[in-house]
Write a protein that binds this ligand. Sequence first.
Ligand code: SF4
Ligand code: F3S
Length: 337
Amino acid sequence: MPHSETFSDYLSRRGISRRGFIRFCAVTASALALPAGQARALAVALSAAPRPSVIWLSFQECTGCTESLTRSSEPGIESLILDHLSLDYHHTLQAASGFAAEEARATAIAEHFGEYILIVDGSVPTGEQSAWSTIAGETNLDMLSHAADGAALVLAVGTCAAFGGVPAAAAIQAPALNQSGASSVGDLMLAGLVPNRPLVNVPGCPPVPGVMSGVIAHFLAFGTPPELDDRQRPLAWFAETVHDRCPRLPHFNRGRFARAFDDAGARRGWCLYELGCKGPETHNACPSVKWNLGTSFPMLSGHGCLGCSEPGFWDRALAPDDGRFIGSAFYPDSPPD
Ligand code: SF4
Ligand code: F3S
């Protein structure tokens, strides 16, 4: 597929109706809280958007972010936005290996310098001269720095890339244990170790695919990221806490709390706050967008929120400021309070 193919051409080729496309633009414009009438502007701009080049780098991560993206199998236009991208380099998904893979990255950077979208998952090790993780003899830090230089937009997907995540976590009993010096993309930009480019954080462990496609749709249509909060997260999906939209909120408001995951209150769908739910302090779109084709999300499935999309995840899930341990009643061996 040529890079000159517009999104409109692509939809026609895939047999997607104009009506379906307009509906997608209306929903996306609403999710992005665009002013009235902007759904049409989004549709017009997005139709004409050429196929963007994307370079995806994976560092200290578990592949869950890529899994989340590739499992967004809904036949909706959200997944088509992601299909439409020219994924010129992806550590995990590409067929090429060895020299051919590194050549593909160098070619994509050279041919689309200043225009491509750089997606990063995983944190970047900075300890021991960044030697904790290298690819083809190049440290993750050097590879990120090189690729970020020519990026029009950097998307840090997943909590590891956005805030350090699990690789940056320190065990409770050994607080200085971030041995690899795992750092987020944003922190490296702030420290001047990576070129400063427009950055959007889409945290979550894993991130919600619909949020990734929404951010990309906005960028393709308007050439800018959507409005962000002070942690570089798109406000449209991260302004509210998961508590604000939780179906158990009426029980919270009436003081009805489950005390164990298998007690009568839990079976009645009562609030999981006393079982350690971090919903009130966690910003994410999971209650509205949900997972698995919109089927469910943690509190709907009976488990509290772990705070997976906030800075400090994983440590805060185990040792929150307020002393509540997630699942302590269910897992009696959880760290003592
Ligand atoms: Fe809030 Fe968690 Fe209770 Fe839901 S289960 S109402 S997110 S505290
Ligand atoms: Fe993560 Fe909490 Fe949502 S654990 S998936 S932010 S409910």
